[in-house]
Design a protein. Structure first.
Length: 226
């Protein structure tokens, strides 16, 4: 595993970066170098130069491009071409996104001191789902279709992988209060590398739409909501 720590970056975010870089087809040294570059970009909120990572001389292999783009998007970073200039419009849009992200996180921070249920696979399924819903409600999330979401979660906790990691995330305040903007008013609550809750942010609401542990289905649902 990569062994790099930056005290200026949230530990949960650091773990996300480490985990996703570990899945790339790179040598240990390349992974370590990439980790340093990405954490530096996150820390300084700098854009990703396309030529540094993609193309014939880029670090990222063709088969890994989708994974790397997901990581960059989830971290809220921009990808720019080498000669791209940041126009006033691009800068304004970037500022709006940062302000909106700050707004949602600040609002959720106000509930940070409320207690969350500890979750265990030993719990009866109905009790487990109820406690998950209550944890989500603690952070101001509402559930569009409880029956559908409950069914998705029960199926996952029956046959899915990463069950313990997902349960840990659902009772982790740092993860629960940090949804990531995907498109417009669509946000993603990233529980693990591939396990996510999609939510739709309204003026005064944050509605959980669905749970996904399949990337293609996750992207299809985002396209359907747009």
């Amino acid at each position: 595993m990569l062994d790099i720590l930056d005290n200026n970056i949230d530990p949960a975010q650091m773990e996300q970066i480490k985990s996703q870089i570990e899945t790339l087809n790179l040598s240990p040294k390349e992974k370590k170098d990439l980790m340093k570059k990405i954490t530096r970009l996150v820390k300084n909120q700098k854009p990703v130069k396309r030529s540094d990572y993609f193309g014939e001389n880029g670090l990222i292999k063709v088969e890994d491009e989708g994974k790397f783009l997901d990581l960059i998007e989830d971290l809220g970073l921009e990808i720019i071409d080498e000669d791209q200039k940041v126009s006033a419009e691009v800068f304004e849009n970037s500022q709006e996104q940062k302000e909106e992200k700050t707004e949602i996180m600040t609002s959720l921070d106000s509930k940070y001191d409320l207690s969350l249920h500890s979750l265990s696979l030993e719990m009866p399924r109905e009790e487990l789902i109820q406690k998950i819903f209550e944890n989500l409600n603690t952070f101001g999330y509402t559930i569009v279709n409880p029956k559908k979401l409950g069914k998705e979660l029960i199926e996952f906790f029956t046959v899915g992988s990463n069950k313990e990691s997902v349960l840990s995330a659902l009772s982790n305040p740092t993860i629960m209060k940090n949804p990531i903007r995907k498109n417009g008013n669509i946000y993603s609550l990233n529980l693990t590398i591939k396990d996510r809750l999609l939510l739709i942010k309204g003026k005064d609401t944050r509605e959980i739409d669905s749970f996904h542990n399949d990337h293609d289905a996750y992207e299809d649902r985002i396209d359907a909501i747009k």
